[in-house]
Design a protein around this ligand. Structure first.
Ligand code: CUA
Length: 165
C-alpha cells in the first residue's frame, strides 16, 4: 500500500514570517562583518601559545627579561609582562614597516592588551601566553592599554609603541 499522502501545510503568521526574515538578515549581516574583519582586516582570535605558571613567570625567561628582540631586519618579537598595574616594558620603539609579534602574559590577575589602531586586541589570562602579530606601516605612537578591569589602578595601566620614520 502507498503511504498516506502528506497534506500538512505549515501556516506561518505574516508577523512571524517578517521576524524570520529580519533574523536572517541580521545573521547574514553579522557573518559578513566577522568575515570581512577576519579575512580582510586581519582580526583573529588570539592564540594561547603557551602555558606558564603565573607565580614564577616573572622570574623565568623570556618574561624575566621582557622587551623587544630583533629576529631579522624589520622583524621583531615583543615580550610584555602585565601585572597590577603596569606593563613591562612601558615603551617599545621600532622603525616603520616593522612586523612585530607580541607575546603577553600576566603575573597576577586577568588583564587586557589593546594596541590601538591595529588588529592587536587580546585578553591576558594568568597562566597563558597570548600572541598576535601586526605590521606598522605608518609612523607615530600607538598606545597599548589594559581594557579588562583589573583593580584600582586599571585606568593607569598603559604603554606605547613608538614607530619611527
Ligand atoms: Cu590591567 Cu586593567
Amino acid at each position: 500500500m502507498n503511504e498516506p499522502e502528506e497534506t500538512t501545510q505549515v501556516h506561518i503568521d505574516p508577523y512571524e514570517r517578517l521576524w524570520m526574515i529580519l533574523g536572517a538578515i541580521v545573521l547574514v549581516g553579522f557573518l559578513l562583518v566577522v568575515g570581512v574583519t577576519a579575512l580582510a582586516r586581519g582580526f583573529v582570535v588570539p592564540s594561547p601559545v603557551a602555558r606558564v605558571d603565573p607565580n614564577t613567570v616573572a622570574n623565568s625567561l623570556p618574561f624575566s627579561e621582557p622587551g623587544l628582540r630583533e629576529l631579522a631586519p624589520g622583524k621583531y618579537e615583543a615580550f610584555i609582562l602585565a601585572r597590577t598595574f603596569v606593563f613591562t616594558p612601558r615603551e617599545i620603539t621600532v622603525p616603520v614597516g616593522s612586523t612585530v609579534t607580541f607575546y603577553v602574559t600576566s603575573a597576577d590577575v586577568q588583564h587586557g592588551f589593546d594596541l590601538q589602531g591595529t588588529n592587536v586586541n587580546m585578553q591576558i589570562v594568568p597562566g597563558q601566553v597570548s600572541k598576535l602579530t601586526t605590521r606598522f606601516d605608518k609612523p607615530g605612537e600607538y598606545d597599548y592599554i589594559c581594557h579588562e578591569y583589573c583593580g584600582s589602578g586599571h585606568a593607569a595601566m598603559f604603554g606605547k609603541v613608538i614607530v619611527t620614520p
